[in-house]
Design a protein around this ligand. Structure first.
Ligand SMILES: *Cc1c(COP(=O)(O)O)cnc(C)c1O
Length: 367
């Protein structure tokens, strides 16, 4: 049996008639840019998140960059985040001319360690940018109270955390979050797309203006310069079609996680920990073992694909060599990078495939 890491085709096949119809209707209307599907999706996604505003963007990366700009963050300012994330998180900080301030992760949840944040705050710090990695909200109670004490913005990277909950509240937990609709994300477009969700009307207005060349409603009136970072209408049509399925897809991901948790409990592997306050959405199901590389090779030999998110921490990436960090600077992140393994998890993953993963792991440990 082969088990792919992800199967976008299975999801497309399951919704083909409705998604094809939605795309055809955009083609028929030829409203490719800022078409009515954009506004319909923004309204629906804001409601799904329980927030007032959603602004569609060209990607999760552009959402992060534009929301930093909308908060006036730029050269001379510092933004705190973790080195255990996808590089887009920190690319956005660099893109606005601000300085990255890394803080190590909590070794159990893999999200930013709130206990280490205050020591990283300086007079230049403007924001904390927690990443709800793998679909699990970071320790937001602690982060929000630190932010209040120090007068900082909290901007959540929720690219992996659509509909994730914290104390029963849907992300964003603070005021504002950025989402990615990259095809493999829990809610995926048929290309690049993203958005900013916020209750702050001023932030929403600023992000919207920045996505669309800084223009006013008047087409060629530009109070400021912006970017061409709008979402395509076609992507909005796809996302609007998929959004009503997201809650059941999320439940299916949680069921996969529960089956893995039960099936792998006796292996001695470190399984994902879901803190009491959290309802994770399992963008990734990440286990941990000192035998990671051998286990991964064994799974591969049996046709089971896995991933490592992420194998080289950002502070050790060549792209950031100029920042002068070295191995040992963020020990929890470095230890995670050497021992984590992401198992296949997606809503369409069959019970027999899940059992094949579980049995293959048992076979590895019984030799
Ligand atoms: C996917 C992702 C992004 C970037 O999203 P894109 O839509 O690919 O630009 C940012 N942060 C994290 C944590 C991600 O996983």
């Amino acid at each position: 049996m082969t088990v792919p890491f992800l199967d976008l085709k299975a999801q497309y096949d399951a919704i083909k008639p409705e998604v094809d119809r939605a795309m055809q209707s955009v083609l028929d209307q030829t409203d490719f840019i800022m078409g009515e599907d954009i506004y319909a999706f923004e309204t629906a996604f804001a409601a799904a998140c329980g927030r007032r505003h959603c602004v569609a963007t060209s990607s999760g990366t552009s959402a992060l960059e534009l929301v930093l700009r909308a908060h006036g963050i730029g050269p001379g300012d510092e933004v705190i985040t973790t080195p255990h994330t996808f590089i887009a998180t920190t690319e956005a900080i660099t893109a606005v001319g601000a300085t990255i301030r890394w803080v190590d992760i909590d070794p159990v949840t893999y999200t930013i360690n709130p206990l280490l944040v205050e020591a990283a705050i300086t007079s230049h710090t403007k924001a904390i940018l927690p990443v709800h990695l793998y679909g699990q909200p970071a320790g937001m109670d602690e982060l929000l109270s630190i932010a209040v004490r120090h007068g900082l913005h909290v901007i959540e990277d929720a690219a992996q955390a659509h509909l994730a909950e914290y104390h029963g509240k849907t992300v964003p937990i603070g005021g504002t979050a950025c989402f990615s609709f990259y095809p493999g994300k829990n809610l995926g477009a048929f290309g690049d797309a993203g958005c900013v969700v916020t209750d702050d009307a001023d932030v929403a207005d600023k992000v919207r203006r920045l996505t669309n060349h800084g223009r006013n409603q008047e087409k060629y009136e530009h109070p400021i310069e912006g970017f061409g970072h709008r979402m395509d209408t076609l992507q909005a049509a796809v996302l609007s079609t998929k959004l009503p399925h997201l809650a059941s897809w999320t439940a299916a991901r949680r069921q996969v996680a529960a089956r893995y948790n039960a099936g792998l409990a006796s292996t001695g592997l470190t399984l994902p920990a879901e803190p009491e306050a959290v309802k994770a959405v399992y963008h990734l199901y990440v286990i941990r073992t000192p035998n990671r590389d051998a286990l991964r090779a064994h799974l591969k030999s049996q046709g089971i694909a896995t991933g490592i998110h992420y194998p080289l921490p950002l502070h050790l990436q060549p792209a950031y060599a100029h920042l002068g960090f070295k191995r040992g600077d963020f020990p929890a992140t470095e230890a995670a990078a050497e021992s984590i393994l992401s198992l296949p998890v997606y809503p369409e993953l069959s019970a027999s495939s899940q059992d094949a993963v579980i049995e293959t792991i048992h076979a590895f440990f019984s030799h």
